[in-house]
Design a protein around this ligand. Structure first.
Ligand SMILES: [Mn+2]
Length: 429
């Protein structure tokens, strides 16, 4: 059970929770309200009694994807704009590179407060995101100054506190917590409600990406936030923020193609394009593949006995360690094999794709995809003893691990056992 926030900042609505899952009119109303309250939450940073600046940490999940990094940078660039704006000319001179100094313009100089904003992620940050402006300023938790404790932690695209990894310590230590996320929260019992209202949270399980949510929030910020209260944050989306958010929107929605994409995702894209995000450039940079990866995928599909069964509804293949070495796959196993899975998914009639990847120590990783909601692939582990097979995931994309060392099996036998279950229990149509 997570303890409630200290309550020191009760006056700024910290215990307000939204469940945005609503019809269009209500949807807009809720986002407008969320934007106003978010602006108030994040712009509340009085000068600390000892004269130091308040600290704001932007956190996201470990092993970050495009959405986690896009959201982190999107918020950072929105806040950074303050450093360049006219109200903070005085502050600009004291900001170091990569440091954002926020300035809350209350109109009364004595009341002005400032804050340092730090982006934190345990990594590893995928290489393909390196072109994003500001990415090099994201710090690992172990790179923070000793004893770093933020006054406010903003958590983006995280469904579960444990996914913060080493960042959880920083989240736990923060006295104010802001939580913005689009994942499904299955747990709707009172404990979950209690947990969500223990911090300022905006949850929209219909949004395609956390970046989509931030686009809406920033849109309503600039449109409706009352200038008298929120002048420090009332601003248009800037191009760097819009580009980072568009990356996340693209990454989590497959360029607005996957299920989970809806009219609000398109609205978010319009907002981001208007602010200068170049969707064409973003799409082509996301679909670029190195020559080594292209050769690996082509070879793999051509030579690697991708086997069709169930009248072509099921296709499976095996990636062995020696091929991983031969092609210099290195740390790129996940993106490269995703590309293979993607190619196989596009074949007409294919309903499910299964890939077995040989890991060291007689462990096999299974990556499995379904093209359809009615063919879930997240629940095959229950047909095996837990010491042999574990794993789960989403209905249409899951991962398992098979520990076959104890049985003296190789990857082929492990694959055969797993496939028998898939063919027997899978709801092929
Ligand atoms: Mn996401």
């Amino acid at each position: 059970m997570i303890p409630r926030s200290s309550g020191i900042y009760m006056s700024i609505n910290i215990n307000k929770a939204y469940e945005i899952d609503a019809e269009p009119k209500l949807w807009a109303k809720l986002y407008r309200q969320a934007a106003k309250d978010f602006a108030r939450e994040i712009s509340f940073f009085p000068r600390c009694p000892d004269g130091s600046r308040q600290k704001i940490a932007i956190l996201s999940h470990e092993n970050p994807d495009g959405d986690a990094i896009g959201a982190t940078l999107g918020l950072y660039h929105m806040l950074k704009k303050k450093q360049d704006g006219k109200t903070s000319a005085r502050i600009k001179s004291i900001a170091k590179p990569g440091q954002v100094v926020l300035h809350r313009n209350t109109g009364h100089d004595a009341m002005n407060g400032t804050a340092d904003v730090i982006m934190i992620n345990p990594g590893p940050i995928p290489q393909w995101l390196n072109f994003l402006p500001g990415i090099k300023f994201i710090k690992r938790p172990d790179e923070l100054p000793p004893g770093y404790v933020p006054d406010c932690a903003v958590v983006l695209d995280v469904p579960d506190e444990d996914k913060l990894g080493a960042g959880k310590r920083i989240f736990d230590a923060a006295s104010r917590k802001i939580w913005i996320d689009h994942h499904q929260y299955k747990d709707t019992d009172w404990q979950m409600d209690e947990w969500l209202i223990s911090k300022f949270s905006v949850i929209d399980s219909r949004a395609g990406a956390c970046c989509e949510m931030l686009s809406h929030i920033f849109y309503y910020y600039s449109k409706y936030a009352s200038p008298s209260i929120h002048s420090a944050l009332k601003q248009e989306l800037n191009r760097d923020a819009a580009t980072a958010l568009a990356i996340g929107l693209h990454a989590d929605t497959g360029g607005l193609r996957w299920s989970g994409t809806n009219c609000n995702s398109s609205l978010a894209l319009a907002t981001l394009q208007r602010a200068g995000a170049n969707w064409t450039d973003i799409s082509s940079s996301i679909s670029q593949r190195s020559w080594a990866e292209q050769k690996f995928v082509a070879h793999f599909i051509n030579d690697n006995a991708s086997t069709f069964e169930k009248d072509g509804k099921l296709v499976w293949c095996v990636l062995k360690q020696r091929e991983i070495m031969r092609f210099g796959v290195g740390d790129e196993v996940t993106p490269w094999t995703s590309n293979v899975l993607y190619q196989l998914e596009q074949v007409p009639d294919v309903q499910m794709v299964v890939m077995f990847i040989e890991l060291p120590n007689n462990v096999t990783c299974v990556r499995i995809r379904s093209n359809y909601d009615w063919l879930p692939v997240d629940d095959f582990a229950k047909f095996f003893p837990p010491e042999f097979c574990t794993g789960k995931g989403h209905k249409k994309a899951s991962g398992y691990k098979i520990f076959h060392g104890a049985n003296g099996f190789g990857i082929r036998e492990a694959a055969r056992l797993f496939l028998d279950v898939v063919k027997r229990e899978g709801k092929f149509r």
